[in-house]
Design a protein around this ligand. Sequence first.
Ligand SMILES: [Zn+2]
Length: 296
Amino acid sequence: MKINNLDYYLVSDGLTWVDAGGPFGLVPRHLYEKYVVPDSQNRIPSALFSLVIRSQGKIILVDTGLGNKLDRKGQEYWKLDRSTGDLIENLERVGISAPDVDIVINTHLHSDHCGWNTRIENGELIPTFPNATYIFQRMEWADASQPNIRTKATYFKSNFETLIADGRVRMLHGDQEITQNVRCVATPGHTRGHQSVILSTDGWAGIFLGDLAGHSFHFHRTSWVAAYDIDPLQTIKTKQRWQRWAAQQNAYVFFQHDATKPIARLIEKDGRYSLAEVEGDQSVIVNSPIVKQIPE
Ligand SMILES: [Zn+2]
């Protein structure tokens, strides 16, 4: 999708199925069933979208999916469906190969957001994007490198440690402009060092929320917070700030885990929020097993 001097695609690393208790947390089933009905094993689909942006001559990739370092147990846990390709194959479909990527931004370092940061070649961990600078928040790294009993199942050093040792990482302290059109903003709650990415160009704005609101219902329903969040009340506070912003800007909002509504706008009327369709949004979604359209 080209908007002024910005070009972007949502690119899929496949589809996973997760227990509904994860994304819905404390929300009772009779309420969330209006949004999505779980399968017979109480699972709902969870997409793995990354955002790839061309801005000021740079190719910027936001988040890198689950990657290919999962063992069989890991693949079964996620029930990973890559029938329409993985991130690297789907990047190729929009004409981008791994060495073309200049900047990788990780919203945070959970394993389904930074899996393709590295891969294994001849038994050695190497960067998947050999010419890229990797960007994440210093606080996220601090928490990821010292995981606790609750976070150790999702923070894997193999996704970031060698990159730091090789001097490929730029760590941020809060908000930071990356190009004239792309900006990282600190959005704590899901993790302390979580960040989101704002796109802007004359009269148009978009935001890739990461796990601040992985699914569209998380952004629509302010109090609906995923069970995974480290600080749910902070998530709500951060969401309120960006809900106001998104409604005022009429922004495109990207939901990276939402398999059926990965892009929407948030409308505010009389203090209540609703979601609105984005016209033509399907054309930017590359090869998801549920949303299968490939752009021209
Ligand atoms: Zn996460």
